[in-house]
Design a binder for this molecule. Structure first.
Ligand code: SF4
Length: 360
């Protein structure tokens, strides 16, 4: 039977390290939970973090919950890119609440700092997160606790409120001093790590969410790998390197179109859509895939036929094309994604939400 006093949300960022250590310093037993999905998290770093920061960490896969959140649309809106920070926190803390019993824990620790983020760490938003995640009586924010009403854990004496902090605002001075107090020398860089805060990834992910009927975790992993092209709601992902091809092999679904050059070296590509592919669209996709094979391009210029093997549902055919980059399949842009995302915003919150850089 596991027994921890508290479970801590652990992103790998400095605030999450300090929040856990501050509670541990009181002699309480803390299990850190590192949430990961295709968009954030580094479960491969757990061993390093445990050693470096003296923590006990378990990975928690929240991919499915997170994709469901994106599909239904975040109730509290997006940040500067495709990051739904407030709803993300609610998903993670709700999951932590479900895990409390498994870890024998009586409270949850979160490293949020009042006023550190314009959208997701305002006082009203922190209250909304606590309310919507149903953790009113069990959520402790050790870094800003002294600026908030005492929690039941403090009132009962389980946690010594006097040893908690009253950090406020965007500066990191207090955090760095506390890190020094704990002898922490490897200071994580602020703000790094969540792909949803980045333009490059938003341009890849947004079409998946807006153009597929029922996006899955697999879709977002595919969007994160190789070159991305869209023609309406036909999606073509073209591997850029050997490593991409290995990932594609793992992600390939039976009803995907699998493109591979016949007789020439070249990339692997996956065609995916919520509707049936017509032969003209398959031809256009095959021509683009072949354009990434220099040998196929040269052979075509010398008058040789170039074929691309297309496999779907176990049926294979060869499509003959002229390799060409001039295609109706185009790479999705950040600007197009941004315009659609910003159109979803509630006007009253626009200025603050645009400034939200992410919570890591
Ligand atoms: S920046 Fe942090 S809080 Fe915001 S969506 Fe990404 S992981 Fe969630």
């Amino acid at each position: 039977m596991k027994h921890y006093d508290g479970i801590a949300l652990f992103s790998g960022g400095l605030d999450s390290i300090l929040a856990a250590r501050l509670v541990m310093e009181q002699g309480l037993k803390v299990k850190c939970l590192h949430f990961f999905s295709p968009f954030f998290g580094h479960p491969g770093r757990l061993g390093h973090w445990e050693k470096e920061y003296g923590l006990d960490i378990d990975p928690v896969d929240v991919s499915a919950e997170f994709v469901e959140l994106l599909k239904r649309g975040p109730a509290h809106g997006y940040g500067s890119a495709m990051n739904p920070c407030v709803d993300c926190k609610i998903v993670m803390i709700s999951r932590a609440r479900e895990l409390m019993q498994e870890y024998g824990a009586s409270f949850i620790i979160s490293g949020e700092v009042l006023g550190q983020r314009p959208m997701s760490q305002r006082r009203d938003t922190l209250n909304a997160i606590r309310r919507d995640a149903n953790v009113k009586d069990v959520l402790l924010r050790p870094l800003s606790a002294k600026l908030m009403d005492p929690t039941p854990m403090e009132e009962s004496g389980l946690v010594d409120r006097e040893k908690l902090k009253g950090f406020n605002g965007r500066g990191r001075k207090d955090q760095l001093a506390l890190a020094e107090h704990f002898g922490i020398t490897e200071i994580p860089t602020p703000g790094g790590g969540c792909k949803l805060t980045e333009k490059e990834n938003t341009r890849r992910f947004w079409p998946v969410l807006s153009r597929l009927d029922a996006p899955t975790v697999n879709d977002f992993r595919l969007a994160d790998t190789g070159r991305q092209f869209w023609m309406g709601d036909f999606w073509l992902a073209v591997g850029r390197q050997k490593y991409d091809n290995e990932i594609y092999a793992d992600l390939l679904r039976k009803d995907d179109l699998h493109f591979k050059l016949a007789g020439f070296p070249g990339p692997i590509a996956i065609g995916r859509s919520s509707r049936e592919w017509d032969s003209e669209s398959v031809q256009k996709a095959a021509a683009l895939v072949a354009s990434y094979s220099p040998k196929a391009v040269k052979a075509s210029e010398e008058g040789q036929r170039v074929g691309v093997r297309v496999t779907q549902n176990g049926q294979q055919s060869i499509v003959y094309i002229t390799p060409s980059r001039e295609s109706e399949f185009a790479e999705p842009t950040w600007e197009a994604a941004r315009d659609e995302l910003y159109a979803l915003r509630k006007p009253a919150k626009k200025t603050e939400e645009q400034a939200e850089p992410g919570l890591e």
